[in-house]
Design a binder for this molecule. Structure first.
Ligand code: DLL
Length: 424
């Protein structure tokens, strides 16, 4: 699409969105009134800068339905991801939103070479996480065949990969490498399989990891980006040039801002990525601050697409950890520890990536003095209890190490809660 035609479309969508949010979502009406902007004042795309931001805290404060912009009976699907505390981030989809998602993911998979002749082994988790169903919808839209494997059960993944002749892989990059290790151990020659392309995302990865995946599978490995709040995967994707991710900007309008001042940054300057969902109906968001760090690249791409690209992510402005594709905030772990007897409110999260490429968390927790000299059996019980609480409350498996009182370093400023030893 011509850039000018797209901009016209973006402006019309933005005006329409502002009208809907002003009239249907009290939270946004209040915010727009406070900012002194009415939907009728939006006359150019740059007027988006006058509109208020939306933050993760706003989503938490309006949990579960406060940001819904349409009648409840129009919602047909819901997805969630971790919030900073006990309450998850919610995305509610109307039928049109699912269509938008299908379109975004179809473009994403097509850019990685997916056609109706492909057999897509989808090992993103199915469920509230957006990865599984997002890739599923995209593949169906293209007319490819989907193997809805979900994550885990690596033996079965490898068996199906060989027996069904999967030609495309969709999973987190760390799981792709883990499967490659397991394949090598089981004597499966991945390079001899027809699996020649893959779409990897949901967690940070590097050029090195890409090279490793491409070599081990003899495939082209593409980066895909997205987040629950905006739609799920399919917000931006790599093309054959593998040089930045094309943003589906007719649907999700990107900006990059200075995270400290909130001021917009010019193309090419690194800052916090912000998205406005131009056409969504269920839970549309205005200028959502993703906390992901990148810059925008407006230069034409050799693939011929005219959409702006974002550089692969450089990191985040907050302390969110992504462990095996699952988002976790240290504050959630802290929350889950409350009420467990026998421990001090002191903890340290140590993250390692094993030789098998999978992330592991060791949670060090200080034990109360009275208990530390206690029988080993009681300490063992406490350790199991904490591990079970983490599993049931946060759905994460971690190893707890109980440490003596006063051994975790105290800080006079911001406590250091995380040591991340992963090199990606
Ligand atoms: O991870 C959606 C997704 C599923 C993307 C499958 C790609 C593939 P959330 O669970 O809400 O959604 O996590 C979103 O994950 O803000 C980033 O910090 C991180 N993230 C997502 N994709 C990438 C990527 C899904 N390609 C958060 N590279 C985002 C680095 C990524 N980080």
């Amino acid at each position: 699409m011509e850039i000018q035609a797209r901009q016209k479309l973006q402006l019309a969508s933005l005006k329409n969105l502002a009208e809907i949010l002003y009239s249907h979502v009290p939270f946004y009406r209040k915010k727009m009134d406070e900012a002194g902007i009415q939907p009728g004042n939006i006359n150019a795309l740059s007027d988006i800068q006058k509109l208020p931001f939306t933050t993760k805290d706003d989503l938490r404060d309006n949990y579960p339905h406060g940001l819904r912009a349409c009648p409840a009976d129009r919602i047909i699907e819901v997805h969630m991801s971790s919030g900073t505390t006990g309450k998850p981030i919610v995305d509610e989809y109307t039928n049109k939103d699912i269509e938008i998602w299908k379109e975004s993911m179809a473009r994403t998979l097509a850019a990685a070479g997916c056609t109706k002749d492909d057999i897509v082994q989808n090992c993103y988790g199915y469920g509230l996480f957006t990865g599984g169903l997002g890739a599923h919808y995209g593949a169906l839209t293209i007319g490819a065949q989907v193997l809805p494997m979900s994550s885990g059960n690596t033996d079965r993944q490898l068996m199906v990969m060989q027996d069904f002749g999967s030609t495309m892989l969709a999973c987190t990059p760390s799981y792709a490498l883990y499967m490659a290790e397991e394949a090598a151990e089981a004597g499966v020659d991945l390079r001899a399989l027809p699996l020649h392309k893959g779409c990897f995302g949901a967690e940070p990865w590097s050029e090195n990891m890409r090279k490793e995946i491409e070599a081990r599978y003899h495939m082209k490995a593409y980066d895909i980006y997205g987040l629950t709040e905006i739609i799920g995967p399919g917000v931006a994707f790599e093309c054959e040039a593998q040089n930045g991710l094309h943003v589906n900007e007719d649907l999700f309008y990107p900006e990059v801002i200075d995270p400290d001042t909130g001021n917009p940054l010019p193309y090419g300057e690194r800052g916090e990525l912000v998205f406005t969902t131009l056409t969504k109906e269920g839970t549309p968001l205005l200028r959502y601050r993703t906390r992901d760090i990148t810059y925008l690249m407006p230069e034409p791409c050799t693939c011929g697409r005219t959409t702006v690209r974002m550089h692969r992510l450089f990191g985040r402005t907050d302390d969110m950890l992504i462990i095996r594709g699952v988002n976790i905030f240290p504050s959630q772990i802290e929350h889950a520890l409350i009420g467990i007897e026998g421990i001090e409110p002191q903890y340290l999260i140590v993250v390692n990536r094993g030789d098998d490429y999978l992330d592991e968390i060791e949670l060090q927790v200080e034990v109360k003095k009275e208990l530390f000299s206690d029988e080993v059996r009681n300490l063992e019980k406490l350790r199991n209890r904490i591990e079970n609480v983490m599993k049931s409350k946060l759905q994460i498996v971690l190893k707890v190490k109980l440490v003596e009182p006063k051994t975790i370093e105290r800080s006079i400023g911001k406590a250091k809660r995380v040591i991340d030893n992963r090199r990606i």
